[in-house]
Design a protein around this ligand. Structure first.
Ligand code: PLP
Length: 389
């Protein structure tokens, strides 16, 4: 039976929401800044430092350009986790306890939810809004949750597990009308979908290099010029005093180049990945029953698919699918056992949430990869159901 055909040595990579490979063009752009232009970008008294500084400022401009910001509004961080932490703790410190109510969603990334847990410990009043069965926020419920003492609202652009895209412009308008800070964790959206911080009235936005074909260990926080912030790290006062520490020139350059590539290739990638996603779903629909797509089918990241299967236990399927690199739930939540908090937030029961696969297509996924994935998933699920394996 084909289900037991030998697995190729290299599994097909279908986990683009966990991380993306660094684009070789990005690696090439970074290369000169390790042993060549190695100056400290903050040592601008000499040519070594100035060369590094110029490269960093060019990179900052590329990041800003991709999200519709000004270069001075981009603070480099180590990634989206740090950007999220700086956004909340930095902005709330500057507010000095003036307003103590915060809002977020049940389906947010752990790096947001854990911050809100800590803020609850510190005496903030946190409302965690539910999402509907498509994974979308209910703007009516949101409006009802807003209070005169609401300081900040955090809603992710695109969910890392189910790829669902929240209506950012509607949320931004509600917040802007009331002077509430709007933070957006856009790690899964930047470079994948058009996004403009000014149009969506976003005050703070987090992004991550390794989610958009840049290197790991770099990200950025957009801080609108009007937003008051205090630092959470203290030191040399780099990054407008908000993020002390020597900037990693190669990583900043890599993030900048990744943003530039995303900008030029975004429209074509959206088209190609949407085609691959629909192609996969129709192939699977033609060869297997008893599964469904989790999250909105339309308000969705082009390269993301999240499926639940009618099965006793997905583990046996995963064991036999070692020729495909995919994940159950998110990379973060699969380290902790228990069903995904995102899938249960959609109303799935424990078993349906457990029997799920997240499939992520990206820049280096071919049509052949997609066809093989659909064929193998159908084969293995059928064989597990029939008790053949
Ligand atoms: C990956 C991810 C993060 C964390 O980003 P790091 O750069 O790895 O810290 C945060 N939020 C979302 C939505 C993500 O997908």
């Amino acid at each position: 039976m084909a289900a037991s055909e030998p697995a190729p040595k290299t599994p097909i990579y279908l986990d683009y929401q966990a991380t993306t490979p660094t684009d070789p063009r990005v690696v090439a752009a970074m290369q000169p800044f390790f042993s060549g232009s190695y100056g400290n970008p903050h040592s601008t008294q000499h040519a070594y430092g100035r060369e590094a500084e110029q490269a960093i400022e060019a990179a900052r401009a590329e990041v800003a350009n991709l999200i519709g910001a000004r270069p001075g509004e981009v603070i480099f961080t180590s990634g989206a986790t740090e950007a999220n932490n700086l956004a909340f703790f930095g902005a709330l410190a500057a507010l000095n306890g003036e307003r103590r109510h915060l809002i977020t969603l049940t389906s947010e990334h752990p790096s947001v939810l854990a911050c809100f847990e800590e803020l609850t410990q510190r005496g903030y009043d946190v409302t965690i809004l539910p999402v509907d069965k498509e994974g979308l926020i209910d703007c009516g419920a949101l409006e009802g949750a807003l209070r005169p003492d609401t300081a900040l609202m955090s809603v992710m652009a695109v969910n890392n597990e189910i790829g669902v895209l929240q209506p950012l412009e509607a949320i931004g308008a509600l917040c802007a009308a009331r002077g509430i800070l709007f933070h957006c964790d856009a790690a899964q959206a930047v470079g994948k979908l058009p996004l403009d911080v000014k149009r969506a009235n976003i005050d703070l936005l987090s992004l991550s290099g390794h989610k958009l074909y840049g290197p790991k260990g770099i990200g950025a926080l957009y801080v609108g010029r009007h937003v008051r912030m205090k630092p959470v790290l203290f030191g040399g006062g780099q990054e407008r005093g908000l993020r002390s520490g020597t900037l990693p020139t190669p990583l900043c350059v890599g993030l900048g180049h990744a943003c530039r590539l995303a900008q030029t290739e975004l429209a074509e990638e959206v088209r190609r990945l949407t085609f691959l996603r629909e192609h996969f779903l129709s192939l699977l629909a033609g060869s297997l029953e008893g599964w469904w797509l989790n999250g909105s089918a339309t308000a969705r990241l082009p390269g993301n698919i999240n499926l639940s299967f009618e099965l006793e236990d997905i583990e046996l399927v995963l064991t036999h699918l070692d020729d495909l690199a995919l994940s159950t739930g998110s990379a973060c939540s699969s380290e902790t056992s228990g069903p995904s908090h995102v899938l249960t937030a959609l109303g799935l029961n424990t078993q349906a949430a457990h029997n799920s696969l997240r499939i992520g297509f990206g820049r280096f996924t071919s049509q052949d990869d997609v066809e093989q994935a659909a064929r193998r998933i159908a084969q293995v699920v059928s064989s597990v159901r029939s008790g053949e394996i």
